[in-house]
Ligand binder design. Structure first.
Ligand SMILES: [Zn+2]
Ligand SMILES: [Zn+2]
Length: 279
């Protein structure tokens, strides 16, 4: 079975994510490496870094980070581009400091300029990021998106196009989000749809580049392009998909993390992990 976990809060310090993860039954983690709704983050202290590295080593868990939602590498606005690259550089440096190997990033939105222009801007921004961090170890994990508005990456081919256009594709990999894929039009509900979706991902980017999975059910229907995550089995995707992916041998070593609603009692992820392990 896959390495199941959740996106866990880092309130009070990144190292505290492990204790929170253990309490709800995680076997993998996703965290923010800074406040995701602000441009600037507080510096990580030496003590926090050491505590995180100790906890990480003791856990044996695969850990990934998710980048700030403010970053838009596809923006035609020059100032926002510069700010976005600086923020991405900062987050990748934090990942390296903590020893986190992958940073999940929504590729960006073209804001009306068109898909081609947007893909090009994203590729050039990733090149600038790589130039500013020649020694970086953490990879950027491009996430497939729901396709709301002008966001790029709802079609796996767009992720493939970004990978094909950067100077050094070895700095990149991908993250698959089940809610986003479903609302973007990939019908994951039955065996044929599942096979077709991963064949499409294989064709567009190659499954060897799949580095992480977000397991989210979808509140809205197939092709709705509405990014609303649902509790596992409370949405539109259905149990067959989740049973299939958590037992798919090709993905057995990947972190598969929940970004589902926590619910009024805050225990949503714990319940979802129990659900997934029972499939
Ligand atoms: Zn996601
Ligand atoms: Zn989402």
């Amino acid at each position: 079975m896959a390495r199941l976990g959740a996106h866990v809060s880092v309130a009070g310090g990144t190292h505290l994510a492990f204790e929170r993860g253990r309490a709800i039954g995680c076997d993998a983690l996703q965290i923010f490496v800074k406040n995701a709704s602000r441009w600037k983050g507080k510096a990580l202290s030496t003590d926090e870094i050491a505590a995180f590295r100790d906890e990480h080593a003791a856990s044996g868990w695969p850990v990934i980070a998710h980048a700030s939602y403010l970053i838009n590498l596809g923006s035609p606005d020059e100032a926002l581009q510069v700010k976005s690259v600086a923020a991405l550089v900062d987050e990748l440096e934090r990942c390296d400091t903590l020893g986190v190997p992958g940073l999940v990033l929504h590729p960006g939105a073209h804001m009306g300029e068109g898909v081609e222009a947007g893909i090009d801007r994203v590729a050039r921004a990733l090149d600038r990021t790589a130039e500013l961090l020649p020694e970086a170890r953490a990879r950027v994990l491009l996430e497939n998106t729901a396709g709301q508005g002008s966001t790029l990456g709802s079609d796996f081919e767009e992720l493939g196009a970004i990978l094909a256009r950067v100077d050094d594709p070895a700095r990149l990999a991908v993250c698959f989000d089940s809610c986003h894929a479903f609302v973007a039009g990939y019908d994951l509900r039955d065996e044929d749809g599942y096979a077709a979706a991963f064949d499409a991902l294989e064709g567009a980017v190659g499954l060897e580049l799949l580095a992480a999975v977000h397991l989210n059910d979808a509140q809205q229907g197939l092709g709705s392009r509405r990014d609303r995550h649902a509790t596992i089995l409370a949405g539109e995707i259905g149990s067959d998909f989740f049973a299939r992916i958590v037992h798919d041998d090709r993905f057995a070593d990947l972190p598969m993390v929940l970004e589902t609603p926590l619910g009024d009692d805050g225990l949503g992820h714990q319940r979802d992990l129990t659900t997934l392990r029972g499939l």
